[in-house]
Design a binder for this molecule. Structure first.
Ligand code: ARG
Length: 459
């Protein structure tokens, strides 16, 4: 049979395959609470404007509440015949309250309805994510507070560069996640304009009050252009872009966890709760959760690319292509929440191995820059020359198979006669990190301050 809600001019119903490709109820039922909230705001406004009677409004509101209860309690049967969440709700409303249900869609289209519902959903998703990201920041800050002076190698090109502290390294991720939260707050603010009342694309002749529905749904104001309002999916792209950047941060941390867990590095150990064994190699402890975070973030970035490609060719205003906006966002949201929770778990679970970190950092002449800086400060050598002199001393140490601090003074003086005993004071790892006191630097005193500041800024 033809569709009861839009089938007036249709002689027969859709082909089975038409119904299958057209129906979105399989995924957009996630929007049920937003759809009912939007309909209640719309009906309330219609009555306030004298467009429907108060009696019809009351019937509609009571009926929508019943639909909401049925869905919440799992007693609602979604059908593909009703295509999407909007028509599933409305046709059930009609079964419950009869004729007044037909007045709900006055001065409204599914085009402004779906844009409104989806914005409400994405807005909630931003709020949930903010809490999840903050929980990971809290875990990182806790662990940083525990290890403000634990020395490990800092890398560039994954080659030992200069000693840093483990607390400082963890706090780097707290900053990234802080920017992720700010990006999401910013996107949330930008999406908070209400499309409802834009109708199909051109607005409506009914004397509606768009400020009222916008306010009732917690939006800051109505959208300013009806064509834009029904064709805009920037908010979904903003969501996926912010989620992709956040995911990229999680993936980089996951990659570090994988590296740190190798027997070559052994910087950290994860407990049995966050590792798995191999079915053939009994010695293995694999950091699967980190590997899966690293991999799953690929889906989120894929979702962003997918929706960009859907949107890039669409003329104004609504096209059915836009129905493809929801699954990537729902999937990305689920994935990111899972990755955040797993990462928070790993950060709380890990135990660093200070001896392994020290062995690794000592192997790489990490205080070479400190030696060069000493030549500049104590002897007035230009930095470029100091760099060269230090390079020659590094070569001596390398040939002797020792660290810089073990190169005898006479050998150093053979490279530069002005070098004195005092140089050994800057060649230890502790001296190196303690000296990095510039704001944002790795000196333990600075890291302790940064922990306190991070608590203020983020928790
Ligand atoms: N299910 C549709 C979507 O998600 C709702 C809007 C349908 N509008 C239309 N004119 N067919 O995009």
């Amino acid at each position: 049979d033809a569709n009861a809600l839009w089938g007036g001019r249709f002689g027969s119903g859709p082909a089975a395959i038409m119904q299958q490709i057209n129906a979105s109820i399989g995924f957009d039922q996630k929007l049920w609470a937003q759809d009912i909230a939007g309909s209640k705001a719309h009906a309330t406004m219609l009555a306030a404007q004298g467009i429907i009677s108060d009696a019809d409004r009351d019937a509609i509101l009571a009926g929508l509440d019943q639909v909401a209860r049925e869905i919440a309690e799992g007693r609602f049967t979604f059908t593909v015949e009703n295509e999407d969440i909007h028509m599933n709700v409305e046709s059930r409303l009609k079964e419950i309250i009869g004729e007044p249900a037909g007045r709900l869609h006055t001065a409204r289209s599914r085009n402004d309805q779906v844009a409104t519902d989806f914005k409400l959903w994405v807005r909630d998703a931003f709020d949930r994510l903010d809490t999840d990201i903050q929980a990971l920041q809290a875990a990182l800050i806790d662990r940083a507070e525990q290890f403000p002076d634990l020395i490990m190698p800092g890398f560039t090109h994954l080659q030992t560069a200069q000693p840093v502290t483990f607390g400082h390294h963890l706090l780097a991720y707290v900053e990234m996640l802080g920017r992720d939260r700010a990006r999401m707050r910013d996107a949330r603010k930008r999406l908070n304009e209400c499309p409802l009342g834009s109708a199909a694309l051109a607005g409506t002749p009914y004397p509606i009050n768009r400020e009222a529905t916008a306010a009732a749904l917690g939006f800051d104001r109505p959208t300013a252009n009806s064509l834009d309002a029904v064709s805009d999916r920037d908010f979904a792209l903003d969501y996926l872009a912010a989620a992709s950047i956040c995911g990229t941060h999680l993936s980089r941390l996951a990659e570090e966890i994988v590296i740190w867990c190798t027997s070559q590095f052994r910087f950290i150990r994860l407990t049995d709760a966050f590792t798995t064994g191999s079915s053939i190699m009994p010695q293995k402890r694999n950091p699967d959760a980190a590997e899966l975070v690293r991999a799953k973030v690929g889906r989120v970035i894929g979702a962003l690319n997918g929706l960009l490609i859907v949107m890039k060719g669409l003329p104004l205003a609504y096209s059915k292509d836009m129905q493809e906006d929801k699954e990537p966002v729902f999937m990305a949201d689920e994935t990111l929440a899972l990755c955040l929770a797993a990462t928070t778990g790993m950060i709380r679970d890990l135990t660093p191995d200070p001896a392994a970190m020290r062995r690794a950092v000592e192997a790489g002449f990490p205080t070479a820059t400190d030696l060069a800086d000493w030549l500049v400060r104590s002897l007035g050598v230009p930095f470029r020359d100091a760099h060269h002199i230090t390079g020659r001393i590094v070569k001596l140490a390398e040939e002797a198979g020792t660290g810089l601090a073990e190169v005898p003074l006479e050998k150093m003086q053979a490279v530069h006669p002005g070098i004195t005993d005092a140089v050994y004071g800057v060649l230890t790892l502790e001296a190196s990190v303690n000296s990095r006191t510039s704001f944002g630097g790795t000196a333990p005193a600075r890291v302790r301050e940064a922990v306190a500041a991070a608590k203020q800024r983020f928790l």
